[in-house]
Design a protein around this ligand. Structure first.
Ligand code: SF4
Length: 433
């Protein structure tokens, strides 16, 4: 994903805030206990007293060791262990020692920037927030837009801006203008907002809607479809067509067999393992997949990436997930809408592929929330299990590690994934399994 080279100055930037999103840092220290690399910029390093500097290491060796190309700074904080989190977190009160001793402005820039990230688009700078933050996840605090001064300051210094260009891939060889894309996005969000329909039916309906848009465009040449052409197509979608989308989505539940679901779980785990191990070779991927299939047929346990220990697949399948639970449904809807708002999937990876990747993430969240429920000895997923799964997926696969890690596969593997997506039966398996 491209990092922006030519960012607008914060004075002239037009910020676009996520609607109805709240956040206020209450210094809970939860983000400091995550398993991620805290990079230290030179301004921060130079201001640190010597006893703090003993916790900082050079990124050069570590970069080569971890092959982590996403590091942008020369140094980072060395963690004692996964459980303890950042060594500069005071265990007594959960506050940052740098903040306490030398002030907020002296903290590493990444710590001050969290939970914000900036996405530059032709219509302005999207202010993205991380759902790893408990306050964002639980909608607490003040509206994001009330932090505008701080946001402008952070934006001016951020080294992790992401750029969404003026062309959005509709399907191979065909792009649409960013303006045309926003019209499609509006319609997509309209489908999501119909609370008379179960959330998962809305997700599948969105897939059918985009499929229909993508399939019905002329793609013999490299063409850029402008706003008018897209408007013409969108105008064909009347309310009765939306009702038809939901009806098809409802029926799709019947298309799912237990075997298909199991196959999906195994495939998801394979892709997720491959992403977390940062290996993208097709042969490795296929070997892992075959191994996982074998284990699942033997009613054995499978290793869920990023979580310690293994999980019995059969027991996992039996954990009930009720998306009609209002608390789960509310968070799921808010999270998926935010993912669309931040533009890094649906706009960045192409309209149809990006949307399907989003569905895949929803499937991953569901399965991980089952793992959390099982570990807590519950037979039904609670809102808390679901929230923990959202945080894990957000941290590991979506926003913080490396946006591309979920897709760090070779192009042949990605071609295979695209073929699966091209089958309309795949979306319900992803969403409803
Ligand atoms: S440096 Fe301070 S704010 Fe940053 S992760 Fe460590 S304790 Fe948290």
């Amino acid at each position: 994903m491209a990092e922006s080279q030519s960012s607008q100055s914060s004075a002239e930037a037009k910020f676009i805030y996520p609607p109805e999103t709240f956040y206020s840092c209450i210094g809970c220290g939860s983000c400091c206990r995550q398993r991620w690399v805290v990079e230290v910029d030179s301004e921060c390093y130079d201001a640190l007293p010597d006893d703090f500097k003993t916790h900082i290491v050079s990124a050069h060796d570590a970069k080569a060791r971890a092959k982590d190309e996403s590091l942008v700074e020369e140094r980072f904080i060395k963690r004692h262990s996964d459980a303890e989190g950042c060594p500069l977190l005071d265990p007594d009160d959960g506050l940052c020692l740098i903040h306490k001793r030398i002030g907020y402005e002296s903290k590493p820039f990444v710590c001050r920037e969290f939970p914000f990230r900036f996405i530059e688009t032709p219509s302005g700078v999207i202010v993205d927030v991380s759902f790893v933050c408990n306050e964002v996840l639980n909608q607490r605090g003040a509206e994001i837009s009330t932090h505008r001064d701080e946001i402008a300051r952070l934006y001016a210094k951020s080294k992790r801006k992401i750029e969404v260009g003026s062309k959005i891939i509709l399907k191979s060889k065909t792009s649409i203008s960013y303006e045309a894309y926003t019209l499609i996005e509006e319609r997509l969000l309209e489908i999501f907002s119909d609370r008379n329909q179960p959330f998962e039916d809305r997700l599948v309906a969105g897939n059918i809607f985009l499929y229909s848009i993508v399939k019905n465009v002329y793609d013999a040449e490299k063409i850029l479809l402008k706003k008018d052409a897209i408007l013409k197509k969108l105008n064909k979608f009347q309310p009765r067509h939306f009702m038809r989308l939901y009806a098809i989505a409802k029926k799709s539940q019947k298309m799912i067999s237990k075997h298909k679901q199991q196959l999906f779980v195994v495939t998801f785990i394979t892709f997720a393992s491959s992403a977390s191990e940062k290996r993208g070779k097709l042969s490795v991927l296929l070997r892992t997949w075959a191994n996982n299939v074998k284990q699942s047929l033997n009613i054995g346990s499978i290793r869920v990436p990023v979580l310690p220990g293994s999980v019995p697949l059969r027991a996992l399948v039996d954990v009930e997930f009720n998306e009609q639970d209002q608390m789960i449904g509310e968070l799921a809807e808010r999270y998926i809408k935010h993912c669309i708002f931040r533009k890094t999937f649906v706009a960045q990876y192409g309209l149809f592929r990006g949307y399907n990747i989003l569905l895949l993430l929803y499937g991953v969240i569901k399965w991980l929330s089952r793992v959390f429920a099982l570990r807590a000895g519950r037979k039904t997923v609670s809102r808390d299990d679901f929230a923990k799964a959202v945080q894990l997926v957000e941290r590991q696969y979506v926003r913080h590690s490396d946006y591309l890690s979920f897709l760090r596969l070779n192009s042949r593997a990605m071609g295979f994934v695209d073929k699966l997506f091209d089958d309309l039966g795949f979306a319900p398996i992803i969403v409803k399994s």
